[in-house]
Design a protein around this ligand. Sequence first.
Ligand SMILES: *[C@@H]1O[C@H](CO)[C@@H](O)[C@H](O)[C@H]1NC(C)=O
Ligand SMILES: *[C@@H]1O[C@H](CO)[C@@H](O)[C@H](O)[C@H]1NC(C)=O
Ligand SMILES: *[C@@H]1O[C@H](CO)[C@@H](O)[C@H](O)[C@H]1NC(C)=O
Ligand SMILES: *[C@@H]1O[C@H](CO)[C@@H](O)[C@H](O)[C@H]1NC(C)=O
Ligand SMILES: [Zn+2]
Length: 672
Amino acid sequence: MVAFSKPLAAAALFAGLASAQSFQRLGTCPDLGCIIPPDQADFLAGQRFDIRLEIHAPVNGTEATGNPNPDENFEFTIERVGGNRGKQAGSKWFKVPEPKLEKWSFGWYEDFFARDAKTPSMVNVASKAYRKVHLDEAGEYRATLKYDGKTTTATWTVRSLEEVRKTRNVLFFIGDGMTTNMITAARLIGHKSVNGKYQTKMAMDSFPVLGHAMTHSVDTFMTDSANSATALYTGHKSTVNALGVYVDSSPDVFDDPKIESIAEIFHRVYRGHVGIVSTAGVWDATPAALTAHTRDRGEYPYCVDSLLRGTNNTAWIDWNGPDVLFGGGAEHFYSPALGGKTFNKKDYYEEFAKAGYNVYWNKTSLAAAPNTERALGIFTVSHMSKWLDRNVYKKNLKDQANHPSGNKGDAQDEPGLKEMTLKAIDILYQRSKADKRHSSQGWFLMSEAAQIDKMMHALDYDRALGELLELDDTIKASIAKLKELGELSNTLIVVTADHGHGFDVMGSVDTKYMDAQKDDRKKRNAIGVYQFSGKSQYINNGEVSYSEGFPTNWTPRYSLFAGIAASPDRRENYKVNQNGVREVTTNTPGRPANDFYANAKDTPGGFVINGTLPTDEPVGVHSLTDVPVFAMGPCQELFGGVQNNIDIFFNIANCLGLSRTAHGKGQDPIGN
Ligand SMILES: *[C@@H]1O[C@H](CO)[C@@H](O)[C@H](O)[C@H]1NC(C)=O
Ligand SMILES: *[C@@H]1O[C@H](CO)[C@@H](O)[C@H](O)[C@H]1NC(C)=O
Ligand SMILES: *[C@@H]1O[C@H](CO)[C@@H](O)[C@H](O)[C@H]1NC(C)=O
Ligand SMILES: *[C@@H]1O[C@H](CO)[C@@H](O)[C@H](O)[C@H]1NC(C)=O
Ligand SMILES: [Zn+2]
């Protein structure tokens, strides 16, 4: 027993540190010397990135050492394991001037008790940042930081990838928040089954390769769309809310260490043509992560500027704007004179027009747009209208004051994901074909069904599944379009999600029986599980009213008994809300402010389901589940099996031949 006393004391000393969980001093930095990118980071050969070094001197709290002054004479070295350059100082290795010393302080809460008591632990920091460096040779690198007589090391890996381009084009679909469970439910309501046999299938069902991807963040096991998009586009996992950067501890949200994205690398290596399409505001995390570099995804005006000019911060990245940018989010484009909230108070329709873009505000003008010119299509204020409202409950498009001009009228002529994606393919195809440099031919298009996620947050499952079926319809139409253009065999198509929600279907609900019951407990007996679940009633006999692959009846008597693993307190009636998106929350009379109650008004006949989330969480939240990865085309085989979300970046980059070592310039079978 005595023999254990010393290790135990040491363990107790670090107990405060090890317990940092809900809050962390800095997620990528377990000790007091921080190297970012952190230990275990993987890189594409030639990928541009920043290095941030931080020395932390805790002033108070459980980590305080009695010395509040960070070592300002820290030393940073790099070596390639087994390489012949030996160990060199960072500035010598990268042939850059020694960065200047920066200093700041920050506070963090050690746990929820400290948060409630508002007693942050304070930390003084000394730091340096190396900007826009790259590692060109495959292999393992050791980064070492020596400070205060201590050492932090990070092992970095530059993946060894063939420098051969295997695909001309990449069509990358992201179903935001989409899980296998949702795809199963969408198939059930959108496709007819006879005696247990589906008569039609989802387009996703036809993909030859299926994998699973893990979605966790660099420092938490739950993710949001910002850092998961960063993982998918850069091959580096980051922190919740961060776009294209690792998070540092400095107060400036624009100086965090950046990582070059697939769009930026594709542009740098080939001057390749890039398209970005989303049903969200184009400044939202998934589209913006292709060009934005900030730890705060809420910097929407900056995100818009980054889409046009790349990162503004000392022109870190060579970027010339996408060929195509389609989505919502007009409030960060139109002039502040009309109420727009824009970067540096400029009119971003004008900024894009000055850079050679034609600007489109509706489906009709988009369809007529020349395929040879750069196109900006912004079709609504905020996120775009949902498939269900655009196609079934059209009255809900009225009185939205969401016209993209900012004139407070309604956007009544919105394209859907399908129209935007097909037009984007046409433009990318034409423009890349016309490119004089052969190697510049080919394109990368990211198309996001953004509102699967947004509608799942709102617990509006009908709208979420409508968005998913629209994505599937878009995939089907895109495959047909590529075939027509003769580009299908030259195009890697990947369909995946950035994270999931804990949604599933457990049976059916007899809504007539439920309506007839008076008390909440009896209403639950309207739910039919197992043999009482019956068949899907969302497809009537053979009739097709919208197009194949969508329900013909959104208000069947027997609806889906669907639910989500964790939610706020809410009401549920298992019926589609015909009056628009379900109201997310209301403050309940007699309850404290910020104590939310969801879907209170738009669930007549329903009952109360008490939630399990923290009482100030107004909407449903993301879940841990792995997400599906579907692949078709060149390199499809790389995407099978269980993988990490960063592997999707490396596989796409590999297929495009974007890995560039110091020796080869890479081969481009498509160019010559
Ligand atoms: C640390 O010091 C700051 C004042 O500098 C104080 O506000 C904070 O409550 C202290 N934190 C702890 C954990 O004692
Ligand atoms: C970008 O540059 C402009 C002018 O050079 C400056 O006003 C602005 O603050 C910069 N923004 C960022 C995010 O660095
Ligand atoms: C669509 O936009 C064009 C201008 O780009 C405009 O002339 C036309 O009236 C708009 N159509 C609708 C239905 O709003
Ligand atoms: C829900 O929780 C509230 C307390 O927050 C309680 O008064 C009510 O009875 C619960 N309702 C159900 C249906 O469990
Ligand atoms: Zn979400």
